[in-house]
Design a protein. Sequence first.
Length: 254
Amino acid sequence: MLLVIDVGNTNTVFGLFDEERLVGSFRFSTGRPRTADEFYIDFTGALDLRGFDPEEVGDVILGSVVPPVMPALLGMCREHLGVDPLVVGPGVKTGISIRYNNPREVGADRIVNSAAAFARVQDSVVVVDFGTATTFDCISSRGEYVGGVIAPGIQVSSEALFRATAKLPKIDITKPSRAVGRTTVGAIQSGFYYGYLGLIEGILRAVRQDMGQVAKILATGGLAEMFSSESSEIDEVVPDLTLQGLRIIYDRNR
């Protein structure tokens, strides 16, 4: 089986593929430092819960936006799995031409998402990723990464509000039952939900106008379902888009 590893700022997600089928996935907090041994212990524990054996892992591909985590993960793969992983970066075939002023500025996760989205749509496409940051990645009908938009993630903004105010409580991000809140919590939830919905819709309208033509808009990430249900711009939610992108890039390089 193929193990794909997506290292994000908040979570590190492991996915197991049997050919093109995702047969299991699990996530760990990226913020907690781990050694190669600790990663392997956590990894094998998660595998055991799902009925898999680490010896079934035949190869690994890894995409990361958090460089300090890489030595431990590479150590886990080499020392415990006996695999030298493919790392998404310069020189790796992605199927996406990067039309950025400095291509090295584009995070691995954004290129991986773009590769998966273009393979899925085969036309111009925009990916909205609800992660630590909310990103909008734009791919032309020729498979070119033409740029994007980066906005603060809703969870980051919620934490900032909680820390910067003396009396406002920390809240769970959820869709409120009504727009006009009758409690402080309800009012904050409404502000975040409808505020971010407006941000998403406004950015996507501006992106459509800038690109001229967009065949499809895909959403992924933890809060994609919640916002997509109310969005008039988002066409489809693909929860495992990044994992699928890693598999696609692995296939193009093996």
